[in-house]
Ligand binder design. Structure first.
Ligand code: PHE
Length: 449
């Protein structure tokens, strides 16, 4: 049997799992979706989705991976040899991984570009129109958009080729607390700006009239995207978990830490949005316009801003490596490909698919399907369709096919299960509550229900 790599310590497991969860989802996607979906009401639905659906699915995924000790397709073959159709979950995850990478590498490219821009001092402005112009020039220039994305692909590929993913984890482990501290400093600055209170109200005082079915699905999709679930990432990471690792505790810690980073990003951004007169519903450009404005109003702002974008770039690398792990683990274990070959193939597909996404503000802006350009389509299809669908299937698998006895066994550590009521509650969530909630939200958004 091939030797499988595993995580070497309990703390290492926590950090690696957190490294997958924390990324552009916190700094870029959470604030921009909160802005376009009306603020506090969206945040509330997102929190509920994370607790009632996200956490149970995350625990289930890690448990399945650790029990089977295999990639996302083989896991279902091993755990359910008589019902081979469950392995479709793994294949759907493969598609989702490629779709996510196709637009994620683009956004990571913008972050890398902003590292250079803040170093060279071309970001120093707090007025909305010049901030918009800087971002607009970057995304609407085909050469710039494409080359930054390719740089990200090369760096990510390079990290895997050189076999230094562990090194990145070690670096990320040391740097993440720094990102946390910088976010706190940003919050303090943002909250002391004149007019900050309006931003806080936007973020924390819900207006329920703004919560339509589209908002519900977006919040649910974000919960999946944030926790890296519904596509086999957590399952694959679970396959590297050690037998004595407590899965529910690890998952709960990751969820809390991840939420804290998102909330800090929100509190750094929204007060500034209102103080400087930005548009909360600006969309994907929101972070790239407001964060430089906050830094610009701080002493030593340029240095801290450079550091902030570097840390965000590193966080995005951690997330991208975990997404890549899904196809790479599958190809190496099922087809005996080398890690290099598997990575190269995946990245080549991502480059092909990613090009129309990164050119969607220029050359391919008229390429639309369902009214969405390539960038938005890949995002929508992955977060709002494939991940929740994967989530339902994982719930149904554990709740109706795998059963509570095996769930308990999978969650026990060396044969010891400390918390039976917790497993019961989890089982009820997985069997009834989570899949029903996902199904209702998806059917409603499609207009079927
Ligand atoms: N959770 C990551 C982020 O927020 C993105 C991600 C999605 C990673 C799906 C793995 C799988 O940036």
């Amino acid at each position: 049997m091939a030797q499988r790599d595993g995580f070497t310590s309990t703390f290492g497991v926590l950090v690696a799992t957190l490294g997958s969860a924390v990324g552009l989802g916190n700094i870029w996607k959470f604030p921009y979706l909160t802005g376009t979906n009306g603020g506090a009401g969206f945040l509330l639905v997102y929190l509920l989705a994370t607790l009632l659906v996200g956490l149970p699915v995350m625990i289930a995924e890690i448990m399945l991976g650790r029990t089977a000790r295999a990639n996302a397709v083989s896991t279902f073959e091993i755990l359910s040899p008589k019902q081979p159709f469950w392995k479709a979950i793994g294949y759907m995850g493969l598609v989702a991984a490629v779709l996510i990478l196709a637009f994620y590498t683009e956004v990571a490219g913008w972050v890398f570009a902003y590292v250079v821009k803040s170093l060279t001092g071309t970001l120093g402005h707090t007025d909305p129109s010049s901030a918009k112009a800087t971002f607009g020039t970057l995304v609407s220039s085909p050469a710039q958009a494409l080359s930054w994305q390719w740089l990200v692909l090369v760096i990510t590929g390079g990290i895997i080729m050189l076999g230094v993913s562990k090194g990145i984890e070690a670096v990320a482990k040391k740097l993440m607390p720094l990102l946390f501290l910088l976010l706190i400093a940003l919050c303090v600055r943002s909250l002391t700006l004149p007019g900050a209170a309006e931003g806080l109200r936007f973020l924390f005082a819900p207006d329920f009239s703004k919560i339509g079915t589209g908002v519900l699905l977006t919040a649910l999709g974000l919960a999946f995207f944030k926790l890296s679930i519904g596509m086999g990432t957590m399952l694959t990471y679970g396959s590297y978990f050690r037998p004595e690792q407590n899965i529910p505790t690890t998952a709960a810690r990751v969820m809390v830490a991840d939420l804290s980073v998102s909330l800090l990003a929100g509190m750094a951004i929204f007060p500034a949005v209102f103080a400087f007169g930005f548009e909360p519903a600006a969309g994907p450009s929101l972070v790239f316009m407001t964060i430089p404005a906050v830094f610009d109003s701080m002493p030593g702002g340029r240095i801290f801003m450079t550091l902030f974008f570097i840390l965000t770039a590193i966080a995005s690398l951690g997330a991208m490596l975990s997404i890549l792990e899904v196809p790479v683990a599958m190809m190496t274990e099922r087809w005996s490909y080398s890690r290099k070959k598997a990575t190269l193939i995946t990245l080549a597909v991502v480059a092909l698919l990613g090009a129309p996404a990164s050119l969607s503000q220029s050359l391919t802006q008229d390429w639309k399907l369902f009214g969405l350009n390539a960038f938005d389509l890949f995002d929508y299809l992955s977060s709002n369709v494939l991940l929740p669908l994967g989530g339902i299937l994982i719930c149904l698998f554990v709740g109706w096919s795998y059963g509570i006895a095996k769930l308990s066994a999978g969650l026990s550590n060396d044969g010891q299960l400390k918390n039976r009521p917790l497993v019961r509650t989890l089982f009820v969530l997985l069997r009834y509550v989570s899949p029903l909630l996902i199904a209702i939200v998806m059917l409603k958004a499609l207009g079927i229900f």
